[in-house]
Structure formats: structure tokens, C-alpha cells
Design a protein around this ligand. Structure first.
Ligand code: NAP
Length: 250
């Protein structure tokens, strides 16, 4: 059945792939992002390829008015109806060498990746529960599974997001609302260009992540790792004894 999905951070590598897959399935889209030029181009391309309606919204997670207003903005752009689902796909990962020197930049990581996300998820979770149905997909990260010296500023923002999504799923079970926590490992997107080897077998293409996300929506899965081996890799990393972990340079 044709439904409408709101994608927050629609210009992200993963979001574009998820938007393409949703469009292929015939769903209408509301693309929200900082660059109206880019969301407009993406929307025009999706509309040309698939017979769907695409709306765009200006959205900057660093602007409190846009964060607290996104639910109403989405409802207004969707002819007064809440969208069927929301995909939260924005995030920042500044080099930790930079955030260690600049605590304001560290706080910005928490504000973008967690504080704004929590506000939006809370609003949509409550509204969807009131309606008795809805889909919430939050892109967190395996970096939140265990704090590492080289990346714990970003990692802790994602740990908070993971716990929020997991807790919201627990709270809303039985309400008709499906909350999915997505835990990507390495993904070949602009966020990781120059940091990761895109040819590594552990580095996913955004299209692979999108396939996993769409499958999780279809099967109403609560938590997914993508690519799947990351579930086992992170289980091992979480269980390394602290004394041994401290000797590593992760
Ligand atoms: N790539 C990986 O290996 C990896 C692994 C695990 C998790 N993740 C997570 O996956 C999600 C998607 O990231 P990606 O890998 O697809 O990276 P990406 O292509 O670099 O996308 C990041 C997105 O976040 C948006 N964004 C940044 N600050 C924003 C703000 N203040 N307000 C609104 N949007 C903002 C960017 O918008 P602009 O286009 O306007 O800059 C961009 O669309 C992120 O949450 C990331 O943390 C990524």
C-alpha cells in the first residue's frame, strides 16, 4: 500500500539509498534536509524515476525551532496527515582530535546526534502511538556499543541514541508503532571518505544498508546490524575484558 515516509537528513549517503528503495516500492516521500537545493534535486530525480509524490522541507538539527516544528511541518506538507513513518538519517562525526581541543564542537556532536534526535523521536513516538500505528527508523551506529579512546565523543552520542530508540520500542510495544534501531558498521558515504577502505569486505555500500532497512521495516525487526557480521564483531568487542581492552589502540 502506498504510504508517506519522512526522511530527516535526506541528503545523507544512506538516506538517498533508502529514499530510492522506498520510491521503488511506490511510497511518497517528504525529504527534509539543510540544503533545499539538494533535497529539491533528489526529489525531482525520484519523481522522474517513480510515480510518487515528493515534498521537501528545510531542516537543520542545530535549529531548535525546526527541531520542535518538524512534526507539524511534516503533517502540513502531507495534507494534514501524519506520515506513516519517519527515518532519522542525519548525523555528524567530527575528527576527535578536533573535538578534544574544542569542547563546544564536542557538545555540538551530542546536540545534533542525540538531543535533537531525542526530541523528534519523542514527538513522533507519542503522535504515532495516539494514532495506533507508525514506523520509526533511527540510524545509530556500532560506535555506540562500546566506548573507544579514539572515537568516544561520537560513540557516546550514538550510545545515547541507541538506548533512546531501544527504550522507546519497549515503551511503545503493543501500541502499533514499530521502532527500529539500525546499527551500521562501516559504510561507504561522505562521512567516512578518506577514513575507511571502501573495498574492505566489512564496508557496506549505502544500497546494502537500504536493503537491510527496508527488510527490517517489512519484518518489523526491532534492532538490526548492517552488514550482519557486525552483530558478532561487536559482541566480541563488548566482551573483551576491560584490562585487555585498555591495552588496545582502538
Ligand atoms: N558512514 C558510516 O560508516 C556510518 C556508520 C554508522 C553510522 N552512521 C550514521 O549514519 C547516518 C547517516 O550518515 P552517512 O554515513 O550517510 O553520512 P553522510 O552522507 O555524511 O550524511 C550525513 C548527513 O547528516 C546531515 N547533517 C549533518 N548535520 C546536520 C544538521 N545540523 N541538520 C540536518 N542535517 C545534518 C548532512 O546534511 P548536509 O548534506 O546538509 O551536510 C548529511 O545529510 C549518520 O547518523 C551517521 O552517524 C554512519
Amino acid at each position: 500500500m502506498k504510504q508517506t515516509y519522512l526522511i530527516l537528513g535526506a541528503t545523507s549517503g544512506m538516506a538517498k539509498a533508502i529514499a530510492r528503495k522506498l520510491a521503488e516500492q511506490g511510497h511518497d516521500l517528504i525529504l527534509a534536509g539543510r540544503s533545499e537545493g539538494e533535497t529539491g534535486l533528489l526529489g525531482a530525480d525520484l519523481q522522474a524515476r517513480s510515480q510518487i509524490q515528493v515534498k521537501t522541507l528545510a531542516f537543520d538539527a542545530g535549529r531548535r525551532d525546526q527541531v520542535s516544528g518538524i512534526l507539524e511541518a511534516a503533517r502540513t506538507s502531507n495534507d494534514g496527515e501524519l506520515p506513516e513513518g519517519v527515518v532519522l538519517a542525519y548525523g555528524v562525526m567530527f575528527p576527535q582530535t578536533e573535538t578534544e581541543k574544542d569542547p563546544d564542537r564536542m557538545v555540538e556532536t551530542f546536540e545534533i546526534n542525540f538531543v535533537s534526535a531525542a526530541r523528534i523521536l519523542q514527538d513522533f513516538g507519542t503522535a504515532f502511538a495516539g494514532r495506533g500505528r507508525g514506523v520509526i527508523v533511527g540510524i545509530s551506529s556500532v560506535a555506540g556499543d562500546r566506548g573507544r579512546g579514539s572515537n568516544y565523543h561520537y560513540g557516546s552520542s550514538k550510545a545515547a541514541l541507541t538506548a533512546f530508540l531501544d527504550g522507546m520500542r519497549h515503551r511503545l510495544q503493543g501500541s502499533g508503532v514499530h521502532v527500529c534501531t539500525v546499527l551500521p558498521g562501516f559504510v561507504d558515504t561522505p562521512m567516512t571518505h578518506g577514513i575507511l577502505d571502501p573495498n574492505s569486505p566489512l564496508c557496506a555500500k549505502p544500497e546494502q544498508v537500504a536493503r537491510d532497512v527496508l527488510k527490517a521495516i517489512r519484518r518489523r525487526r526491532g534492532r538490526i546490524y548492517t552488514l550482519w557480521p557486525w552483530r558478532w564483531i561487536m559482541m566480541i568487542i563488548r566482551h573483551i575484558p576491560e584490562a585487555m581492552f585498555l591495552k588496545t589502540k582502538l
